[in-house]
Design a protein around this ligand. Structure first.
Ligand SMILES: Cc1cc2nc3c(=O)[nH]c(=O)nc-3n(C[C@H](O)[C@H](O)[C@H](O)COP(=O)(O)OP(=O)(O)OC[C@H]3O[C@@H](n4cnc5c(N)ncnc54)[C@H](O)[C@@H]3O)c2cc1C
Length: 443
């Protein structure tokens, strides 16, 4: 096996020799916007997927940037540790989660994925390797990488904090019927001695907050990797136990609840999928195949139905969360909605491309479905409504999916001045794409 240094040097040489614009060459992706087919060279980075060191005395892991969380979690659990924040889908890579913003139920304590990163080696747009930390001469790049989506450079290796785990997680699902009491409960939970916090809003009047606590022992372990489905259990059980491993991947088996779109929740079909196919990687392949061949699109056209995908994660200050949900259920109507509270881990406002106020708490709303109707709407009609509401309430939207912001509004929200300075220093010749062109224009 080649060392990291050998692979890095070979990659730098390939990057410098390539004339066209560059794209990452990887087998998986969790981006949810279609890309145009402009001329590009795919930079094969698949070999950068190794965990190099799990350091339990100083609680950090050294890992290559294209390592999927699946392998990273296995490597750290073997030492009774886990990365501070593990996004829910197994194939998300740690470099993707930094440059695309990652979140999970430990985010109320540890913030977004990038807040527990200690150091990064970045192949920058100008073909250099910059090792960046919060305090060295590349600190601008260290803080600029989150939400840069591969437009400043690619993380090839990094150090990330890890945190101790116990073998089991005890879950408590608490039902609320009012949005006010639900978000108050979430707010109060920040002060509790718990390890995980998230929730599901199934429909008005039916909201569940789930607190998770590590335990050494469990009276039983539930298994949601085969016939039983995790999100359904939230409505059925007040208390539940999972192994730490199964807790971390509880949402992956059914892609939260989106596996229903491929028939995986059908009692008769589910056994045919088998354990190997009940996961986000398999569903993503089906969805991409469907998008490529336009199967659902054609059927809907024949039925006279107009559809719009509304697949988004947005962060709203907790005191405005109630207002957002009322708007969302009335005007968009996707159900259920995943709820994930976010607190600041680093207590600093230093990440210029994903500006959040460290003095505030936020609620992430995740919704991933299609809005359909008989009426023809302009492209992005519902997504624009969401974007406008997020701006009005002082929130911010992740860019992994479709975005429709006009250019000037986008740059007001995502800090044009800071981005231009970073681009000038790290990608002066525009070898990598521009953030707006990539995330909004899908270039
Ligand atoms: C349905 C759905 C639900 C989601 N839910 C969650 C969620 O609950 N929690 C969460 O945290 N995230 C969630 N995501 C978002 C996901 O974390 C981001 O899209 C993330 O960027 C995907 O990482 P990836 O490794 O698959 O990267 P890719 O999809 O391959 O790439 C994403 C972007 O990051 C860039 N990139 C990838 N690797 C690197 C690197 N090493 N260095 C620099 N840039 C890089 C690419 O150029 C690209 O622009 C969700 C996405 C979808 C589609």
């Amino acid at each position: 096996m080649l060392s990291y240094e050998d692979k890095r040097d070979a990659l730098v040489a390939r990057y410098r020799a390539a004339k066209n614009q560059i794209r990452l060459g990887k087998d998986t992706s969790n981006l949810f916007r279609d890309r145009s087919n402009t001329a590009h060279i795919a930079l094969d980075v698949r070999s950068f997927d190794n965990v190099l060191d799990v350091n339990t005395s100083q609680n950090f892991v050294e890992v290559e940037g294209m390592s999927p969380y699946a392998g990273l979690v296995d490597a750290t659990l073997a030492h009774d540790r886990m990365p501070c924040v593990v996004p829910q889908l197994r194939s998300i890579t740690i470099g993707g989660a930094i440059s695309g913003v990652g979140i999970e139920s430990s985010s109320f304590k540890f913030g977004l994925v990038h807040e527990s990163i200690l150091e990064m080696d970045v192949l920058t747009g100008n073909g250099d390797i910059a090792t960046c930390t919060p305090n060295n001469e590349h600190r601008d790049l260290f803080f600029g990488m989150p939400n840069s989506y591969g437009t400043l450079g690619y993380v090839l290796k990094l150090k990330a904090e890890i945190t101790p785990v116990k073998p089991f997680v005890r879950l408590e699902h608490v039902r609320h019927t009012e949005t006010g009491t639900f978000f108050d409960y979430m707010d109060r939970s920040f002060e509790e001695d718990i390890d995980f916090l998230d929730g599901v809003m199934f429909a008005p009047g039916e909201f569940y907050a789930t607190r998770g606590v590590f335990t050494d022992d469990a009276p039983y372990n539930s298994d949601y990797t085969r016939q039983h489905i995790y999100y359904k259990s939230i409505r059925e059980k007040e208390v539940d136990y999972l192994t730490a491993h199964d807790y971390i991947w509880r949402w992956d088996t059914d892609w939260f609840w989106c596996s229903k779109n491929v028939g995986a929740q059908n009692r008769l079909l589910r056994p045919l999928f088998g354990r190997k196919r009940l996961n986000s990687v398999f569903y993503t392949k089906i969805m991409r195949w469907n998008a490529k061949w336009g199967v659902t699109r054609r059927i809907n056209r024949l039925r006279g139905i107009h559809t719009e995908s509304v697949i988004q994660d947005i962060d709203i200050p907790i005191e405005r969360a109630r207002e957002f949900y009322t708007f969302f259920d009335e005007e968009i109507g996707i159900r259920p909605v995943w709820i994930c509270p976010i607190g600041a881990y680093q207590k600093r406002n230093d990440y210029p491309l994903y500006p959040m106020d460290h003095a505030r708490r936020y609620i992430n709303f995740g919704f991933w479905d299609v809005v359909s109707g008989q009426q023809t709407r302009p492209e992005g009609f519902y997504n624009r409504k969401v974007e406008e509401k997020v701006v009005e309430l002082g929130g911010i939207k992740s860019l992994y999916s479709d975005a429709y912001y006009p250019r000037d509004q986008f740059w007001r929200l995502y800090n044009q001045d800071a981005y231009r300075e970073l681009k000038t220093r790290y990608d002066p010749n525009g070898r990598l794409k521009d953030l707006y062109d990539k995330c909004v224009l899908k270039q």
